[in-house]
Design a protein around this ligand. Structure first.
Ligand code: 4NP
Length: 161
């Protein structure tokens, strides 16, 4: 049983590539690297082909998390068929994803911070504007741990069918 996750933010240079790199590391640590594939995309097209933002690279470097080869791309309507789960980093992203992809297709769409209801925050703040990459890393790290539990549940549920 394979499972696939796509993180989506606005530019695909700050939040969603951070989440992609962090989840990939956590999947490896949990022995799930071969079962789950991870990618990220932006709703906007300004940064297509760009490496993650220097603030995202700095914090990933700090935790020795690889972002090798990662380049920004734009969300594509085909993504709805390619992924089991699309995770929007904020509520604007979620709205844009739903508008662009519609409701057909096999994938499920969730908002990242719905995984951490105890935080009482709806949106992962955009560090492109706030500059606060540490705050984003903390949310991303905690949310990805929850996402691993969620994915385990999905995989187990599906494999029992
Ligand atoms: P991200 O942040 O959505 O977390 O990648 C942004 C990056 C770039 C822009 C906006 C947000 N921009 O307007 O170029």
């Amino acid at each position: 049983m394979k499972y696939s996750v796509l993180f989506v933010c606005l530019g695909n240079i700050c939040r969603s590539p951070m989440a992609e790199a962090v989840l990939r590391r956590q999947l490896r640590d949990h022995g799930l690297a071969d079962v789950v594939t991870v990618d990220s995309a932006g709703t906007g097209d300004w940064h297509i082909g760009h490496s993650p933002h220097e603030g995202t690279r700095a914090i990933l470097d700090q935790y020795s998390i690889s972002y090798e080869g990662m380049k920004a791309r734009q969300l594509d309507t085909n993504d709805r068929e390619q992924f089991d789960l699309i995770v929007a980093m904020d509520s604007n992203n979620e709205r844009d994803i739903r508008n662009r992809l519609g409701s057909s297709g096999r994938c499920e769409i969730i908002r990242f911070l719905s995984l951490l209801p105890e935080k009482g925050i709806v949106d992962v703040p955009d560090p492109y504007y706030s500059g606060n990459f540490d705050e984003v890393y903390s949310l991303v790290n905690d949310g990805c741990e929850k996402l691993i539990e969620y994915i385990r549940m999905k995989i187990t549920g599906k494999s029992q069918k």
